[in-house]
Design a protein around this ligand. Structure first.
Ligand SMILES: Cc1cc2nc3c(=O)[nH]c(=O)nc-3n(C[C@H](O)[C@H](O)[C@H](O)COP(=O)(O)OP(=O)(O)OC[C@H]3O[C@@H](n4cnc5c(N)ncnc54)[C@H](O)[C@@H]3O)c2cc1C
Length: 431
């Protein structure tokens, strides 16, 4: 059984398969460029310097016992020959055979066709991007501090985030706290001179949540000084400016693109039906007419059985985590172990951490904000991170952040020329 991707969905499928299939019944092979899964909901806290990057990376080997792991990208699938073409991270290639294929390569940042966005914006989808953003904003602040040119200084201390969904909203709220704290340590910068602009075409922030929570999140953003521009997007981006659709040109060297995701380009190479790039599967997570191929997570178009309008399930960790046991069970059933079942899950709500004591959440339909929401949000993450070692480390980071000043220093792991979304998310490899 070959599983593609070690994210929320893939790693969990491989783990379940180890339990469901006796060792002599099947070999389980996992292919992923990373030797870990990233607990993405906490990425903004990596950028904001609250969490250490590795603390939200759950090692595949910590959860898997017998699966064979290949570190590489699957670039294409040959359905007739039943092989995948893999490119390892060192550039070498190999074809791997499968009897059952489970596709869970997730999604990549959706950049749209706006001039300059692909070349000049930064993503927030993986550890490299989250760590790079922290370094980048600190570098901007240092440069602002080191110049007497007021125009330059304003451009270096102005940061733009596009997309006021949960990622963009969390990021703008948390980065404002982080950068104002960092500016306070610099001799020539007034913390109040740091500006974050959050744009979205939607009429409210967090459009996926109920109105009361959007309103509360907007209050927190405004209290912190974030400049929220609704019904506004980006028309053009250049290295030193962002032209907004409301006609304003903002001098800035930083645009963070959080305006949605699109399924892994791998799905488009299969020659099978897709919807908005998501490989369509039936409620058993099987590709129709391809009973040996299953797909799940962000890259799969899974019918939402709780609705009658033919909608697909959301591209969320909540669904990916719950689809995994169903996919594993159904793959095992196809090999003669157990029975298959359909996937059905009702959304349990969202948690949005705005940093400090502020959060908004609607667990099981209950509207929460402030400290109770912050407690629920952090408790939820601690329960959901799938390895005890990571939970302890994340909890320790939160404790340290509450009692000690934040460490403000760059890591410099990713060079600027590798920071574009296409390179940081390796979307070029499918061309
Ligand atoms: C910043 C951020 C915050 C989020 N917050 C929330 C939240 O609060 N709640 C929520 O429910 N969801 C949240 N999400 C969404 C959630 O992360 C995704 O829905 C979830 O990760 C989907 O799981 P997945 O397994 O399909 O994909 P992923 O978790 O992205 O895993 C995909 C895996 O496949 C690998 N891969 C990619 N291409 C290939 C290839 N060609 N070959 C082999 N391997 C490949 C990747 O390296 C990765 O290991 C957030 C996402 C982001 C980016």
């Amino acid at each position: 059984v070959l599983v593609v991707g070690s994210g929320f969905a893939g790693l969990s499928v491989a783990r379940r398969l180890e339990r469901l299939l006796p060792p002599d019944a099947a070999e389980i092979v996992l292919v992923s460029p990373n030797d870990h899964m990233i607990y993405t909901p906490l990425l903004p806290q990596v950028s904001a310097g609250v969490l250490e990057p590795r603390h939200i990376a759950v090692a595949s080997r910590a959860v898997l016992r017998r699966a064979r792991i290949h570190q590489g990208f699957v670039r294409s699938v040959d359905r007739a020959a039943r092989t995948v073409a893999m490119r390892r991270v060192d550039g070498s290639t190999e074809d791997l055979a499968w009897d059952r294929l489970v596709l869970a390569p997730g999604s990549v940042t959706r950049t749209l066709d706006i001039p300059g966005v692909a070349e000049h914006s930064l993503g927030q989808k993986n550890l490299a991007e989250a760590s790079y953003l922290r370094d980048h904003v600190l570098r901007q602040l240092e440069r602002a501090d080191g110049t007497d040119d007021q125009v330059q200084r304003r451009a270096r201390t102005t940061f733009v985030v596009v997309g006021a969904g949960y990622t963009g909203t969390e990021l703008a709220a948390q980065m404002m706290q982080f950068t104002r704290g960092a500016a306070a340590r610099l001799p020539n910068l007034a913390p109040a001179s740091v500006r974050w602009i959050l744009c979205d075409l939607a009429p409210r922030v967090l459009p996926e949540l109920r109105q009361a929570l959007s309103d509360r999140a907007l209050d927190v953003l405004t209290e912190r000084g974030v400049d929220v521009r609704l019904r506004t997007s980006v028309e053009r981006v250049e290295p030193d400016r962002v032209v907004l659709t409301d006609g304003e040109t903002v001098a800035s060297h930083t645009l963070v693109w959080c305006a949605g995701v699109t399924p892994s380009p791998l799905m488009g190479t299969l020659g099978l039906p897709t919807e908005r790039g998501r490989l369509l599967v039936d409620p058993y997570l099987r590709v129709p007419d391809e009973p040996d191929i299953h797909a799940l997570g962000d890259a799969a178009g899974v019918p939402d059985l709780t609705r009658s309008d033919g909608a697909l399930t959301g591209q969320t960790a909540q669904h990916a985590i719950r689809q995994a046991p169903v996919a594993a069970r159904n793959v095992a059933a196809s090999l003669g172990f157990g029975t298959a079942r359909r996937y059905k899950h009702r959304d349990l709500g969202f948690v949005v951490d705005l940093g400090g004591r502020d959060a908004v959440a609607d667990p099981l339909g209950i509207t929460l904000s402030g400290l109770p929401a912050a407690a629920v949000t952090r408790g939820y993450h601690l329960l959901t991170v799938p390895a005890t070692g990571n939970r302890v480390r994340v909890g320790a980071d939160w404790l340290l952040d509450a009692v000690a000043p934040r460490q403000i220093s760059m890591l410099g792991f990713l060079p600027p020329d590798a920071s574009t979304i296409a390179r940081a998310e390796a979307t070029e490899i499918y061309r």
